[in-house]
Design a binder for this molecule. Structure first.
Ligand SMILES: Nc1ncnc2c1ncn2[C@@H]1O[C@H](COP(=O)(O)OP(=O)(O)OP(=O)(O)O)[C@@H](O)[C@H]1O
Length: 344
């Protein structure tokens, strides 16, 4: 049974359809990123899961309990979901302790104190219970908001762009820290972001949105290496698209020469153009060679690697290489290693 199950969910604002028959299932302890450009419906889905946005069609269930659909609507406060917003939404007139225990019900005084201690230890804020939000750094406020949403043990945690206000230098560290907390407690989470880099660091699975639909849902690696279409391929990273002709059952011809597939090609069009092959910049290798098939025309040093632009025939291809010593004007042989081939 999935922790969260979204089946054929649609939603509209004033008659304009925003979410179109979405499907998504999340297992216990998994973190999923709702990823996509601005305005594609990510926050609308998050709000629908929280019970803050009406659903016009479909079903939403948590741990097998139907919350929306078939005439059922469970109000937000009865859903056992925790929410963390972009601005943390802490109560400014309450101390850290009061903020953390705000949603906790039905515990004795002693149990509340022990829950508070547990939560503050979890987010490494021991000793700060009596402070007010304005006496904390942005990162500490963020951790109070996490402690508050975990304190009442929600079935699922919803996070709406929680890292967008955090300085880029500490963002990665904080994402990994919070991810570790969620993993330690086996908390399932849905996380909204428009940044693929954040999604890669924080989430196990990605749901890539496109105009209110999910273009592809799965493991980050699957979306990166086996994108279903060009939209998914382009959103997740740089790529070269090279026209290819089928040479035989395992090989295509291209401007880079013959490229082999380890698995048989699915089409049977020997001698015909079969589409454009996706080549990620790191799937290409460069060897210095006077009569090589390409010439380096641009070079950018990016820390541990170099980004080269290489002219091959009439095409320019981007190559990311650990070889840092190559220079503009040098001739190189470009070879490709792709497994499996993604051809659009
Ligand atoms: N209250 C509202 N009334 C009418 N339309 C709305 C309302 N809220 C959002 N929308 C529209 O719904 C669409 C989806 O909005 P949503 O906030 O879900 O997008 P998003 O993917 O989360 O974007 P962002 O990354 O910018 O937050 C947008 O076209 C937006 O203009």
């Amino acid at each position: 049974m999935s922790t969260l199950s979204i089946e054929n969910v649609s939603s509209a604002y004033d008659g304009t359809v925003i979410l179109k028959q979405l499907n998504l299932a999340l297992n216990q302890g998994e973190i999923v990123a709702l990823l996509g450009p601005s305005g594609c419906g990510k926050t609308t889905l998050l709000r629908a899961i929280a019970g803050l946005q009406p659903v016009t069609e479909g079903r939403i269930s948590i741990n097998g309990n139907l919350l929306n659909g078939d005439g059922v609507f469970v109000p937000s406060e009865q859903r056992d979901v925790g929410m963390i917003f972009q601005d943390y939404a802490l109560f400014p007139h309450m101390t850290v302790a009061q903020n953390v225990l705000f949603g906790v019900r039905g515990l004795s005084k002693l149990e509340r104190e022990s829950r508070l201690d547990e939560m503050l230890t979890l987010v490494k804020l021991e000793g700060l219970a009596k402070r007010y939000p304005h006496e904390l750094s942005g990162g500490q406020q963020q951790r109070v908001s996490i402690a508050r949403s975990l304190a009442y043990e929600p079935d699922i945690l919803l996070l709406d762009e929680p890292f967008s206000n955090i300085d880029s230098q500490v963002r990665n560290e904080m994402m990994l820290e919070i991810r570790q907390i969620l993993k330690q407690h086996n908390v399932s989470a849905v996380f909204v972001t428009h940044s693929k880099d954040e999604a890669f660091v924080f989430a196990d699975k990605l749901a890539l949105f496109h105009h209110g639909s999910i273009a592809q849902y799965g493991l980050a690696e699957t979306l990166y290496h086996h994108p279903k279409n060009r939209y998914v391929a382009q959103f997740l990273g740089a790529g070269n698209y090279i026209s290819v002709t089928q040479a035989d059952e395992f090989t295509v011809d291209s401007v880079l020469g013959k490229i082999n597939s380890t698995t048989p090609l699915t089409f049977n069009k020997v001698g015909q153009v079969v589409g454009e092959l996706l080549l990620r910049p790191e799937q290409l290798q460069l060897t210095l060679q006077d009569d090589g098939n390409g010439t380096i025309v641009e070079r950018h040093y990016v820390g541990t690697a170099c980004q080269y632009w290489v002219e091959v025939g009439k095409q320019r291809v981007e190559v990311r290489s650990q070889q840092l010593h190559l220079n503009i004007g040098q001739n190189v042989q470009i070879t490709a290693q792709v497994d499996p081939m993604v051809i659009f």
